[in-house]
Design a protein around this ligand. Sequence first.
Ligand code: NAD
Ligand code: IPM
Ligand code: MN
Length: 341
Amino acid sequence: MYNIALIGGDGIGPEVVEQAMKVIDATGVKTSSTSYNLGASRYIRTKEVLPDSVLDELRTFDAILLGAVGPAIGSKEVPSGTLERGLLLKLRFELDLYINLRPFVTPPSGANPAFETVDFVVIRENTEGTYAGEGGFLRKGTPNEVATQGSVNTRFGVERAIRFAFELANSRPAKNLTLVHKTNVLTFSGDLWQRTFDAVALEFLGVSTSYNHVDAACIYMVESPSRYDVIVTDNLFGDILTDLAGAISGGIGHAASANLNPARTGPSLFEPVHGAAHDIVGTGKANPIAAIRSGALMLDFLGESQGANKIFSVLSDFAPESGATTSQIGDAIAERVSNAN
Ligand code: NAD
Ligand code: IPM
Ligand code: MN
């Protein structure tokens, strides 16, 4: 029995998390879930984002499954970043979820004929870079205002992400790892990433390596994405590249992610790559597959590989009927999973 904290969050978050739990239940893996009401509606009511007492409770779970948090773009009630920084990034930092693992596999239905079939994983460093919040304002509000937003890259943080990526690449048939950065312009952080990458590579002589600048990686990801096996990159490049990767591999509604604390000093957090999609909330148009696949990543990390593989194998052969709603897709996948052995 696993204790799972559910954070449905905002917009379509609760809709897709409900489908993910339906499918997890269908695997036969026993879970006990507790829902936490966090996100825009709680903030608007109480001005609370993530009370310390809730954070401490969350630390006690085996895993956290999250839908999406964030207000509608342009919302005046919730200042931009309040929930993203105060809730999601706070969880990533406080729980030391230093790996954001985002696998991309072209689904049978979503194969957009414009793009090659892909099967690659992006390892995104998840606790540093521009997300660290370094910087601030000078002379705020004046005509001479300056805003800086620095990027924090520690040898420790960079190395643990790169090492994780090498280990993953070493376990896959293609055994190829690409570092994506912008070493031609980011001469300090890029240099640290490149030197660390080269040093760790010496421990993994069976893994072939390459390097792409992030702008060129955007070309390759659209024009010849089958070249990629595992990509390792920093927090912001990883954020942007993984929306692109979602779009070329069947749509953002399929892209799953695992925010991992590989040392297992606390729970890891699983969530779709997409956001709250306020434009389609309540319409039944939200694709729950990204959340369902995130649930499978959760089972896998918990050691329930049999349950996880049931979900992965159903998804590898599943195409929703056209016009199927969020819950109809969830039902259809749950039924196939419960019939899988
Ligand atoms: P978004 O991902 O919510 O939406 C972008 C587009 O993708 C929209 O057209 C939306 O309808 C579509 N889309 C997203 N998920 C879909 C799904 N499952 N099925 C079908 N279509 C889907 O990005 P946004 O509009 O930039 O952000 C909205 C809010 O979500 C913001 O407040 C943002 O900060 C937040 N956000 C949260 C997370 C998270 O919690 N992990 C991730 C990204 C964005
Ligand atoms: C993601 C999201 C988050 C990020 C936001 C909501 C903080 O876009 O998980 O990809 O930028 O990491
Ligand atoms: Mn993102």
